[in-house]
Design a protein around this ligand. Structure first.
Ligand SMILES: NC(=O)c1ccc[n+]([C@@H]2O[C@H](COP(=O)([O-])OP(=O)(O)OC[C@H]3O[C@@H](n4cnc5c(N)ncnc54)[C@H](OP(=O)(O)O)[C@@H]3O)[C@@H](O)[C@H]2O)c1
Length: 388
């Protein structure tokens, strides 16, 4: 457990070491967790729960997810159910991990089969906070809790397998049993969280929807597109424009921010890059603040969730999405992206990979000429230092 005060706000964070296996066992050994939905979150969380020894079953409609669950070793009729109602009746914890639109569509089934004292668990505040749009109003005789991993379900699983852990928030909306908080915390660690920070359903959904539309995904994509277009308009080659917009960000600079923070990244780049970035960031900040104000207001008002629910509930949503994604893939920036990504030494076919490794090794030993490396279009392995 760590407590700190920043900006006048005191926060306490629960770490994995606060919930050792004996505590997990104490809180969860009598629970049967039904994971409803086997998308990215359902899969990641269900597999981690199973590996942590928690009694877990999965329920999902017949189709793509169901087949994936089978191939992951869930056994139809025993630990895998296509009848959501049956799984909910067996469960003391119901992890409601359908897509948010799917949660609206299936709520009547969940509501009708929830057992008294069960914990109804979400990974997003969406359904509960915007209950006027989703109709998800839990009965008074269950706990309502949240554990929201801050990342894709793929990462939830990947980090768990690497012995690491994703950061996640947790919240209690309703405590019927008096155990809601300990259940949320134990489940958070059991699904693979490395540490848990406390929030409310409302703050989780407002910050999450803003973040993914903003810096995490929407804003960053918009900025990348804008810069790439300008560089191309001014005559730069596609690979140069891509490298200066995406590849250097994802491969060098952003990982450095992740490792040691923004100041460290600035301290470890050239004074030219540092001076320019520190001065220009103010202009971008000023330009972005009105857009973020507008975004937050759209989210808070419920207009954003209404728009998303309507779009995601259309029967042809996934078909249309495939068309949109094909357009993204076809954009020049991502076409050159595919080529550039495959130039990374670790992605070369095995024969070339060995040659690249040898070149990089002898280059590190000072034996390879710079020309040879450039000719082979290979970059030596990046050092933990910004290259700008
Ligand atoms: N993805 C993330 O990064 C992330 C991160 C944190 C929290 N969350 C939250 O976690 C929850 C699950 O998200 P997710 O990303 O795992 O969702 P997802 O990938 O979209 O998975 C949806 C699952 O729900 C099923 N489903 C969708 N609509 C359905 C319907 N109408 N009837 C029955 N089943 C339906 C899908 O089955 P089919 O395959 O048959 O369509 C699939 O198994 C959401 O509340 C989300 O906001 C997600």
């Amino acid at each position: 457990m760590k407590t700190f005060t920043i900006g006048g706000v005191e926060e306490t964070v629960i770490e994995r070491t606060d919930v050792p296996p004996s505590e997990l066992k104490k809180v969860l050994s009598k629970e049967t967790v039904a994971v409803i939905g086997y998308g990215t979150q359902g899969r990641g969380q269900a597999l981690n729960l199973r590996d942590n020894g928690v009694r877990t079953i999965v329920a999902v409609r017949p189709g793509k997810s169901f087949e994936l669950a089978k191939s992951d070793g869930w056994v139809p009729g025993k630990t895998l159910f296509s009848d959501i109602a049956e799984a909910v009746r067996k469960a003391t914890v119901v992890e409601y991990l359908l897509s948010d639109a799917g949660q609206k569509a299936n709520w009547a089934t969940i509501r009708a089969n929830l057992q008294e004292g069960a914990a109804l668990y979400f990974s997003h505040g969406f359904s509960i906070v915007f209950r006027d749009q989703t109709g998800v109003v839990p009965p008074a005789n269950v706990d309502v809790i949240l554990v929201a991993p801050k990342g894709s379900g793929t990462t939830v699983r990947r980090l768990f397998l690497e012995g690491r852990g994703i950061n996640a928030s947790f919240a209690v909306e309703q405590d019927y049993t008096g155990r809601a908080r300990e259940r949320a915390v134990a489940l958070g660690i059991a699904i693979g969280a490395g540490y848990l920070f406390e929030t409310s359903f409302r703050n989780e959904v407002l910050s999450d929807l803003t973040g993914e539309r903003g810096v995490l995904m929407g804003a960053i994509y918009g900025l990348m597109r804008a810069q790439y277009q300008i560089l191309r308009k001014m005559g730069h080659t596609p690979s140069e424009a891509f490298n200066e917009t995406v590849e250097e960000a994802t491969q060098s600079l952003y990982p450095l921010i992740g490792e040691n923070g923004m100041d460290w990244m600035y301290a470890n780049c050239s004074t030219t890059a540092q001076r320019g970035a520190l001065d220009w960031c103010k202009k971008f900040e000023e330009a972005a603040i009105p857009v973020f104000d507008e975004l937050y207001e759209e989210v808070r008002s419920g207009r954003e969730t209404a728009r998303v629910l309507e779009a995601n509930s259309r029967p042809d949503y996934h078909q249309q999405l495939q068309k949109e994604l094909a357009e993204v893939r076809g954009d020049e920036i991502w076409q050159i992206g595919a080529i550039v990504r495959n130039l990374r030494p670790e992605r070369l076919p095995s024969g070339k990979k060995a040659a690249a490794k040898a070149t990089a090794k002898s280059s590190r030993n000072g034996k390879a000429s710079h020309r040879k490396v450039v000719k082979a279009k290979l970059k030596p392995k990046k050092k933990a230092k910004a290259r700008r």
